[in-house]
Design a binder for this molecule. Structure first.
Ligand SMILES: [Fe+2]
Length: 246
């Protein structure tokens, strides 16, 4: 009888394990990257950049599971799709900035997936486990000049993120006149694209797709945007500002 119960217990445990694997697979499936395919190494044009920190380094503000899925599944998916889209076309030999400057002439897939790659690469680069606080130097002075106070700028960026209907991004950009502006774009568009309503060079971006926050914050996009400030790497944003204004 004891052996019988042991067998029943083992079968139940296996069933639970199988069920949880299925759940994990379903949860991790990217709704936007259903066409993602592995690109052969020989045909790889863009590749996934390593994060300069561990997946759990931004806890508790951005959780480990979100970072892992966001980087290894979502970002990788955009890269795979973009590589597949541009392979063998003239876009293969153009910089992303060149492609974006004539985005309206290229395919929707190039727009969504090229933007997806560029935007996420920028996003990872302006985050840090040692982030937070406030900018200093020329960037701080320019933010004060453009927005009145750093707090006003934060409020404006949070509003841009909160009011972007559906998926998209909120940005701090430098326009052609050298002015700082806050703007927002839908989907994976960005302010370098000729299709963007407000154009300029992005120096800070925050991803407001649900995949960026839903596992930890559920529907509370505002709470995620508030927490985002704790992991902003202002040195990285300042470096982008200096490069964009030279
Ligand atoms: Fe994202």
């Amino acid at each position: 009888m004891k052996k019988f119960y042991s067998i029943i217990f083992a079968m139940a445990a296996l069933g639970l394990l199988f069920s949880s694997c299925q759940d994990a697979t379903q949860t991790d499936t990217d709704d936007t990257n259903s066409n993602a395919q592995t690109v052969a190494d020989a045909g790889e044009i863009y590749s996934l950049p390593d994060l300069p920190y561990e997946y759990d380094a931004l806890e508790p503000h951005i959780d480990e599971r979100t970072m892992r899925i966001h980087h290894s599944r979502h970002h990788q998916g955009y890269i795979n799709n973009f590589n597949n889209e541009i392979a063998g076309t003239p876009l293969e030999n153009m910089s992303m900035e060149e492609i974006f400057s004539n985005m309206s002439e290229h395919s929707t897939s190039a727009r969504n997936n090229g933007g997806g790659h560029y935007n996420h690469k920028l996003f990872w680069s302006i985050l840090s486990p040692n982030g937070g606080g406030e900018p200093t130097g020329e960037l701080a002075a320019s933010i004060d000049e453009s927005f009145g106070t750093f707090q006003n700028f934060k409020t404006e960026l949070e509003n841009a993120g909160a009011t972007q209907f559906g998926s998209g991004w909120a940005w701090l950009i430098v326009n052609n006149a050298g002015d700082l502006l806050v703007t927002q774009t839908p989907n994976q568009d960005n302010p370098l694209m000729d299709v963007a309503k407000v154009q300029g060079t992005p120096i800070l971006g925050v991803d407001v797709w649900e995949h960026a926050y839903y596992l930890h914050y559920q529907n509370r996009r505002g709470a995620y945007l508030e927490a985002f400030w704790n992991v902003v790497d202002w040195d990285a944003v300042s470096a982008r500002y200096m490069a964009a204004t030279q």
